[in-house]
Design a protein around this ligand. Structure first.
Ligand code: PGA
Length: 256
């Protein structure tokens, strides 16, 4: 399985800034076959960047899309419109769950719409600080996983990526804390167990599990060596080119 390094740019960079960043990233990046480098720019930057990107070196992800392919949905972009522009899409990010009020039902439809349009969903799941404090982490993880994957068949599961992002560890969260490798390993075991229960061992083992939450070049090595972790979803640090390139280099070293 490849190691995934995904940069989530969130609401940052103009189209021009995104294009300059991509140009520099492509120059800095060797063609690492075993590392899947992905960046997720704003929706309006996807079309120009899709013409600029070298897909042998890296891929593009959308940060969101709507689950219907067309129709009267003012302001939305569909997965069908993203076909050919993005290879991946982030679905269920905690900022969309809590700020934009997306629930598991909507996330489930988005995962299905992504797969229908041949775009791999990166399904984000994770508990809040108070859910962890009340001992609800296992229930939340299980509910978000089962809910998000409800329409995913056995045949499609190998196109899905799971990202464990504890909300309390995301850098934009007030007083964010760093997750420890042990805390992550425990949740990864739970994710693996749940996937195996639903899909069986062989199918479940094909699903990459990423970690995200205040990842930077100082902690990337430790997070990438957590058992069961196959990559990282990087927010703030992915906006700094040198940091992002360092994280990719660390992933390469950890693998070899
Ligand atoms: P962060 O964001 O790396 O800035 O904590 C991660 C994310 O929200 O995906």
């Amino acid at each position: 399985m490849k190691t995934y390094i995904v940069g989530n740019w969130k609401l940052n960079f103009t189209v021009g800034e995104a294009s300059i960043y991509l140009h520099k990233l492509l120059k800095a990046l060797p063609n690492y076959r075993d590392i899947e480098v992905v960046v997720a720019p704003s929706a309006i930057a996807l079309q120009p960047l899709s013409l600029q990107v070298d897909r042998h070196k890296m891929k593009l992800a959308a940060q969101n899309a709507f689950y219907r392919d067309y129709g009267a949905f003012t302001g939305e972009t569909s997965f069908s419109q993203l076909r050919g522009l993005a290879d991946y899409v982030i679905v269920g990010h905690s900022e969309r769950r809590y700020i934009l009020k997306e629930d598991d039902k909507m996330i489930q439809k988005k995962v299905a719409a992504a797969l229908r349009n041949k775009i791999s969903p990166i399904l984000c799941i994770g508990e809040t600080e108070s859910e962890r404090a009340f001992g609800e982490t296992a229930d939340i993880i299980r509910d978000q996983l089962v809910g998000g994957l409800a329409e995913v068949s056995d045949d499609d599961l190998d196109k899905v990526i799971i990202a464990y992002e504890p909300v309390w560890a995301i850098s934009s969260t007030k007083a964010a804390k760093m997750a420890s490798p042990d805390e992550i390993a425990e949740v990864v075991r739970l994710i693996q167990k749940t996937l195996k229960e639903i899909y069986g061992v062989k199918t479940a083992e094909k699903v990459p599990i990423l970690f995200g939450g205040s990842v930077n070049s100082s902690n990337a090595g430790a997070y990438l060596t957590v058992p069961g972790i196959n990559g990282l979803l990087v927010g703030g640090a992915s906006l700094i080119l040198n940091e992002f390139v360092d994280i990719i280099e660390i992933a390469k070293r950890v693998r070899s």
